[in-house]
Design a protein around this ligand. Structure first.
Ligand code: SAM
Length: 164
């Protein structure tokens, strides 16, 4: 059974609708595609967006991709696609010990950037929530994206992984 629901913030599907603080995306430069975007977004995150009705995983990806994927088991599918695609920055929780993190990040990413403190994600209404329950990491696939992370003004720790 496929259940969707609306929260008081207008979130459809509930737990997946945690939007990236816009200053994080802005600090990383312009993106061509966000393949996993809300149906009704409060702001653009890229030049082109796919939502759950498009199923961004089944669509062609072009240009530089921004990917803050849906949470849960699905996250690995999105990071796998980012790794295969090779021109993306992804944002996810820093669950560094998981199988998914080993196969899609430690084995495949060009670089990672551990964000200092905890992010406050936004609701689809645009309203900012409280601090997330876990730390977050930005993951670069491709050298240009790694350099963007390295030179960003976001507070945190940059590490080359499979880069130079
Ligand atoms: C964690 S939110 C991030 C939203 C946005 N990318 C951002 O960075 O602010 C994940 C988004 O993926 C969307 N989503 C879930 N499944 C999807 C699918 N199969 N295809 C495209 N988008 C999907 C959800 O509706 C949600 O808006």
């Amino acid at each position: 059974m496929n259940v969707t629901f609306e929260t008081k913030h207008g979130n459809r599907g509930g737990k997946d609708e945690w939007l990236t603080p816009p200053e994080i995306i802005k600090a990383l430069g312009e993106f061509d595609l966000d393949p996993c975007s809300p149906i009704n977004r409060p702001w653009d995150t890229a030049k082109k967006h796919y939502n759950i009705f498009d199923n961004g995983l089944e669509q062609p990806w072009t240009g530089r991709v921004w990917c803050n994927p849906p949470y849960g088991k699905e996250t690995g599918l999105w990071l796998k696609r980012c790794a295969e695609y090779g021109n993306a920055i992804a944002l996810t929780f820093a669950r560094t010990e998981t199988k998914m993190f080993f196969s899609c990040v430690w084995d495949k990413a060009t670089a990672v950037f551990f964000i200092k403190g905890r992010l406050k994600f936004h609701h689809v209404s645009g309203e900012q929530g409280t601090s997330a329950g876990s730390p977050s990491v930005l993951i670069a696939y491709g050298k240009e994206n790694a350099i963007k992370l390295k030179n960003s003004e976001i507070s945190g720790m940059f590490l080359w992984v499979n880069g130079i």
